[in-house]
Design a protein around this ligand. Structure first.
Ligand SMILES: [Zn+2]
Length: 403
């Protein structure tokens, strides 16, 4: 009798073991099934500066590099928009020419990295490219431009960049430009300029996604009023959860939902959770910035030394980072205010993004784990991981004929 009992129990356990997927297996399966997309990384900054190969695995804790192909595999990430980032400098013909050349140089570096790893990654220009690549087990890089300063005052540049594969433009960065005011600068134009308005119209017409991350609130409302296609915030959070001008208010979140667009939550700690005071760290970085003239116009040697000192300072005074749970609070809030169809993920890796437990792309599945723990369904997670963004991308493409 006792023996039969044991046999039954053993059988029961082994049957359960066979049929029941573990939590980790479920996470992996969702990542295999979903098209997973990160809508904003600044990884090309490394393509032009260092002896960097996207095919090699880097140690995030030692090098602060957050993205490469081996780690994309570990994190289960299929596709990303990588940004040609241009910092805001002089708004003069010379400044504009320099910025434009630099943008083309960064785009060249993206093509160069991809051409060396054709078997693993290709440049995408349509949503279908990413879905097709996913089936072949390949990654997709889409190109975005971070800072419309790259256009200078030349509307035709949008077409030139489109021809080179650019599919979104973040209208500004941390300072005002000739398109609009930035969220982190003083009011200059009070929203979009006349040139900015023609930029939005042209982007609609060509099928380039308008990215409102970084732009001022008034600029945002001007864009929403004018655009004929859905928009994105490629890397921004909810201001109600973390009060920062880079994040969107509830009213703005609702306007994005009405427009059919998507807000992609950002992993930059200060936009996720108000930073805790770290006076020693803050003054060390302030001194470093002063020493290297705001990191502007450095020679290659100076830049290399500045980077070494920056890393040493990071090690001496590590930042107290927000967590994946803090990030998912933003997703919860956006879902509550704007709906499940209007939220996604844009890490800002290699541009400041990185959380305590999602320090680089290899740890992306921690976000999925937290979503599952909070009761999100598989279908909802697939929307967050790329479904929503791809819907917008597709609509912008379809809409270009009508615009
Ligand atoms: Zn940014």
């Amino acid at each position: 009798m006792k023996k039969t009992y044991i046999v039954i129990i053993v059988l029961l356990i082994s049957t359960l073991g066979c049929n029941q997927e573990t939590f980790q297996e479920k996470v992996k399966r969702i990542h295999t099934k979903a098209l997973t997309l990160d809508s904003h990384t600044d990884t090309p900054l490394r393509f032009t500066r260092d002896d960097f190969s996207i095919a090699e695995k880097h140690d995030a804790q030692k090098t602060y590099s957050r993205v490469d192909l081996p780690r994309m595999n570990e994190g289960g990430l299929d596709a990303m928009f990588i940004a040609a980032f241009i910092s805001q400098r002089a708004r003069t013909p010379e400044g504009h020419e320099k910025a434009n050349k630099e943008t083309h140089r960064i785009i060249d570096s993206i093509y160069s990295q991809v051409s060396k790893n054709k078997d693993k990654v290709t440049i995408g220009t349509t949503p279908q490219d990413a879905y097709g690549n996913e089936e072949k087990g390949k990654h997709t890089f889409f190109i975005g431009i971070e800072n419309g300063y790259a256009l200078g005052k030349d509307i035709d540049e949008i077409q030139h960049f489109y021809n080179r594969g650019v599919r979104y433009i973040t209208l500004s960065h941390t300072k005002n430009n000739d398109i609009c005011d930035s969220s982190t600068d003083s009011v200059e134009h009070n929203g979009l300029t006349d040139f900015g308005k023609s930029v939005v119209k042209k982007m609609n017409e060509l099928g380039v996604i308008v990215d409102v991350s970084h732009i001022s609130d008034k600029s945002f409302y001007d864009v929403i009023e004018l655009t004929k296609a859905p928009i994105i915030a490629s890397h921004s959070n909810a201001r109600a959860v973390c009060d920062n001008p880079r994040n969107l208010t509830d009213d703005m979140l609702q306007k994005v939902a009405k427009n059919g667009g998507v807000v992609q939550v950002c992993l930059l700690s200060d936009y996720v959770k108000p930073p805790v005071a770290q006076p020693k760290r803050d003054s060390a970085f302030k001194a470093l910035r002063k020493k290297w003239r705001g990191y502007n116009d450095l020679t290659d040697e100076e830049r290399a030394q500045a980077v070494r000192e920056w890393h040493a300072t990071q090690r001496d005074y590590p930042q107290k980072l927000a967590t994946v749970s803090d990030l998912v609070d933003h997703i919860d809030h956006i879902v509550k205010v704007a709906g499940i169809d209007h939220v996604g993920i844009g890490s800002d890796f290699d541009g400041g993004g990185g959380l305590k437990d999602c320090f680089d792309v290899s740890e992306m599945q921690n976000i999925t784990k937290e979503l599952l723990k909070r009761g999100y369904s598989e279908q909802e997670i697939i929307k967050i991981w790329g479904g929503n963004f791809m819907r917008v991308f597709n609509e912008v493409e379809q809409n270009k004929i009508k615009a």
